[in-house]
Design a protein around this ligand. Structure first.
Ligand code: APR
Ligand code: ZN
Length: 341
């Protein structure tokens, strides 16, 4: 049997081709893909020379929802047609990180569309013990973006920033990732200020619960405005852009005893004032993805309306037009596009 799949061959434009449908090994299920979210991470491979772990040709895509089609040996808990969400990254379940509840930094983690073939295809195989049921109340195609676009911010807000009710939180960058940091922080009971250079993104942040917005050309002096708005600085700043200057501004926007959570990726070295860190007992922490164990709780929060998918999904792109979908991302249009095979 063959399937349609977008193949990444190491160049910016993918080719939609016929490939053999993969067959699930022991402990694996074959999932018929319903939707796969288009993420910025893929642009790092396509446009910026970041290598994938599996050498091209490779099927990209790591925000996958679908239905169970078939399974290999030793799989008993799934039935044909079950609606499922695949985590962006799967873990080994046995290393010291997995054993201590930090499977998101598993020593042997595998990412869809990076280490193994991903979801820009009609079918994908996944480990049976690490896929999660999606209730009927969550639309199957839109639900795909829970993996990564929602789960990464959820982990950042709840496990790393540990946002408490009533705290002042500032989010730097409210694009595809940051907008969901806003949602998750609001759901956690924070009062949220959003910083961006794009007024339309800030409008969306307001729609999703941000109380204040700061339109900051190149992020300069945004921290002074944050200090004014929050009466002395935020309890926590979360940077979701990945720029040296905005990471520094985010650090400056935090009050005594506060914390900076770095979610945006940069390969640059970013100087921060260690004297202030020491003297004001500040913390700087990183955050990466989200462990599979948190998915049931995130799915529940979406199902019960604590987190919204509608406003963050901009539209659907047929698999055959996947390159046009990526052009939309390159142009900064919309928040999250979903490829449907
Ligand atoms: N100051 C303020 N906001 C900025 C600035 C700046 N100097 N530069 C860009 N932004 C805003 C953009 O306007 C946009 O709204 O940051 C947002 C970035 O959002 P996206 O481009 O949608 O990127 P996203 O997918 O959210 O990823 C952000 O998180 O996971 C990482 O690798 C990812 O580093 C990237 C970051
Ligand atoms: Zn592990």
């Amino acid at each position: 049997m063959t399937m349609r799949a977008a193949l990444y061959r190491g160049v910016p434009r993918m080719e939609v081709e016929d490939l053999p449908v993969p067959s699930p090994s022991a402990g694996e299920v074959l999932v018929k893909v319903a939707g796969c979210g288009i993420c910025h991470t893929d642009l790092h491979y396509l446009d910026h020379g970041v290598p994938t772990f599996k050498k091209p040709p490779l099927v990209l895509g790591h925000e996958i929802s679908g239905t169970v089609e078939s399974w290999g040996e030793e799989v008993s808990d799934w039935e044909e047609g079950d609606r499922v969400l695949l985590p962006a990254v799967t873990s080994c379940g046995t290393c010291s990180y997995c054993a201590s509840g930090r499977s998101n930094i598993c020593a042997r983690m595998k990412m869809f569309g990076n280490d193994v073939d991903g979801g820009y295809a009609e079918y994908v195989v996944a480990p049976a013990r690490e896929i999660y049921p999606l209730p009927d109340s969550i639309p199957l195609i839109e639900g795909s973006v829970i993996a990564d676009a929602v789960s990464t911010p959820w982990h950042a807000v709840n496990n790393r920033a540990k946002i408490q009710k009533g705290e002042e939180v500032v989010v730097y960058g409210v694009g595809g990732v940051g907008i969901n940091v806003v949602q998750c922080a609001v759901a956690a009971g924070a009062r949220v200020t959003a910083v961006d250079i794009d007024a339309s993104k800030l409008e969306k942040a307001k729609e999703l619960g941000a109380t204040e917005t700061i339109c900051a050309p190149q992020g300069e002096s945004a921290h002074k405005e944050v200090k004014r708005i929050t009466g002395g600085g935020a309890h926590c700043a979360i940077e979701a852009i990945g720029r040296a200057d905005t990471i520094q501004s985010a650090f400056s926007s935090v009050r005594r005893g506060g914390r900076l959570v770095v979610l945006g990726y940069t390969h640059e070295k970013v100087p921060l004032p260690m004297g202030k860190l020491m003297y004001h007992e500040m913390s700087v922490v990183g955050t990466l993805g989200c462990g599979g164990g948190d998915y049931p709780e995130i799915i529940r929060a979406v199902a019960e309306g604590e987190l919204a998918l509608g406003p963050i999904v901009s539209g659907q792109i047929p698999l055959e037009k996947i390159n046009e979908g990526f052009d939309l991302l390159r142009a900064g249009e919309g928040l999250r596009w979903v490829v449907i095979p």
